[in-house]
Design a protein around this ligand. Structure first.
Ligand SMILES: *[C@@H]1O[C@H](CO)[C@@H](O)[C@H](O)[C@H]1NC(C)=O
Ligand SMILES: *[C@@H]1O[C@H](CO)[C@@H](O)[C@H](O)[C@H]1NC(C)=O
Ligand SMILES: *[C@@H]1O[C@H](CO)[C@@H](O)[C@H](O)[C@H]1NC(C)=O
Ligand SMILES: *[C@@H]1O[C@H](CO)[C@@H](O)[C@H](O)[C@H]1NC(C)=O
Ligand SMILES: *[C@@H]1O[C@H](CO)[C@@H](O)[C@H](O)[C@H]1NC(C)=O
Ligand SMILES: *[C@@H]1O[C@H](CO)[C@@H](O)[C@H](O)[C@H]1NC(C)=O
Ligand SMILES: *[C@@H]1O[C@H](CO)[C@@H](O)[C@H](O)[C@H]1NC(C)=O
Length: 366
């Protein structure tokens, strides 16, 4: 059974990779570019690895035939928590793609795709009342809370998606928030007075920066109700040493556990702690020689293993819940990234909605 599923996933992955190549061939009517070949081999490789590490299951919704939903680990706390992570993508080219100049690379076709996601419309999902939070929903839910998001550029994109939801993407406040948030290598803070919410984004490209931040909360004896962390890409690029990454993650874990000793038990009053996982890296699309060299698939997997072995995540007995960016980016696919590393905001909107549902589900249990 498991073998059959794995085989199914491999075939599907190969078919998807072939479809990408065939589409691009159809467009050019000529031979494959180097990028497509790189993507092709990358896709098969990732497919194989994903099959080994994750348990694939197929969405029963015919609208989303192109996507595969994956869930890393079964969550024993509640069956609803498992469903929260299972979303499906529909990634479709828009009408103008026909005019796309195919001598350009995959990155430059990014703007021609529309990306939609949803939970499968099953009875179980309905029964668990899993839903997309609207602006008023989210405002009510986050009323009076202190949210801290700390990490690298992924954490910044996650912050952007939260601000989009709370302030509205077209609002004037959002324009100025966006400008301030994207100042290079800076922190950002905002108080949304009408809902008494305070949001801090802390630029923390290394895990060590996160450890210091947590130690700071401990000194000040005050900490946020919701905290989202994630760092690793800088370490991968500049230090490129997975065993060192594992050891800094262990230190972070120690620091989190000593600040929130109760948080391994879900209680309604305990803070909600999340980890933003690594995005899938598409080597052929990375925008510098150093990145393509250092951030290979093998290194990605070594870092992913380091994360499991550090036992930082709840699924390995640690204090943080994973926001499964690996599964989200994998399922959305190569047309969802413009540089093989940073993905469309839709990925982070989905991660945000998963987080909100996750918090509500874990509160309801008490
Ligand atoms: C496609 O793009 C290339 C390089 O950007 C350019 O030289 C070529 O003229 C373009 N072809 C068409 C049909 O626009
Ligand atoms: C498709 O995407 C391109 C690039 O962003 C955009 O210029 C064009 O207006 C879009 N076309 C449609 C029909 O949405
Ligand atoms: C937030 O909470 C305050 C006080 O509890 C309340 O007065 C206010 O109406 C709430 N705002 C929203 C948007 O729910
Ligand atoms: C951002 O905030 C952290 C934690 O408060 C602090 O350690 C760091 O120096 C700040 N960074 C900048 C660039 O101000
Ligand atoms: C993050 O940590 C690195 C390595 O320890 C350090 O060089 C850098 O100054 C720190 N950055 C911030 C913003 O704290
Ligand atoms: C990697 O990090 C470990 C632990 O910090 C260290 O012992 C080892 O020497 C490092 N390896 C390299 C090649 O730098
Ligand atoms: C793809 O094309 C864009 C501009 O069209 C360019 O900036 C980028 O470096 C190219 N990427 C690769 C991997 O060649």
């Amino acid at each position: 059974m498991v073998m059959a599923m794995m085989l199914g996933a491999v075939l599907l992955g190969v078919a998807a990779a072939c479809a990408v190549v065939l589409v691009s061939r159809g467009m050019t009517g000529s031979h494959l570019s180097r990028n497509h070949v790189l993507f092709f081999s990358g896709a098969i490789f990732i497919t194989l690895v994903v099959c080994v590490h994750l348990t694939p299951s197929f969405s029963s919704v015919s609208d989303y035939v192109t996507s595969v939903s994956t869930v890393a680990v079964f969550d024993r706390r509640s069956p609803c928590l498992n469903l929260v992570n299972r979303i499906s993508w529909a990634v479709t080219p828009n009408n103008s793609l026909i005019n796309f100049n195919a001598t350009k690379n995959l990155s430059s076709s990014f703007d021609y795709y529309e990306r939609h996601w949803d939970w499968p419309k099953t009875q179980k999902v309905k029964a668990c009342r899993i839903r997309k939070f609207s602006k008023p929903d989210a405002s009510r839910f986050l009323n009076g809370s202190w949210v801290v998001i700390a990490g690298d550029s992924q954490a910044r994109l996650f912050t952007l998606s939260l601000l989009n939801l709370i302030l509205g993407p077209e609002s004037q406040r959002m324009d100025s928030a966006r400008t301030a948030l994207f100042k290079r290598h800076s922190n950002y803070s905002i108080s949304v007075n009408e809902i008494g919410m305070k949001l801090d984004f802390v630029w923390a490209p290394y895990v060590l920066n996160l450890t210091h931040l947590v130690a700071d909360f401990k000194d000040k004896k005050s900490y946020p109700g919701v905290m989202v962390m994630g760092a690793g890409l800088w370490h991968m690029l500049h230090l490129n040493n997975a065993s060192d990454y594992e050891s800094v993650l262990r230190t972070l874990k120690g620091s989190v556990v000593s600040l929130f000793p109760f948080s391994t038990e879900l209680a309604s009053k305990s803070p909600h702690l999340f980890w933003l996982g690594f995005p899938v890296l598409i080597n052929g699309m990375l925008n510098s020689h150093d990145k393509r060299q250092q951030m290979s698939d093998a290194v990605w997997h070594a870092y992913d293993r380091a994360l499991s072995e550090s036992r930082l995540l709840r699924q390995t007995g640690g204090p943080l819940d994973l926001l499964d960016i690996p599964a989200l980016t994998w399922n959305c696919g190569a047309h969802c990234t413009y540089d093989g590393m940073h993905y469309d905001i839709a990925i982070y909107e989905a991660a945000l909605q998963i987080m909100l549902n996750f918090i509500i589900k874990s509160r309801q249990r008490h």
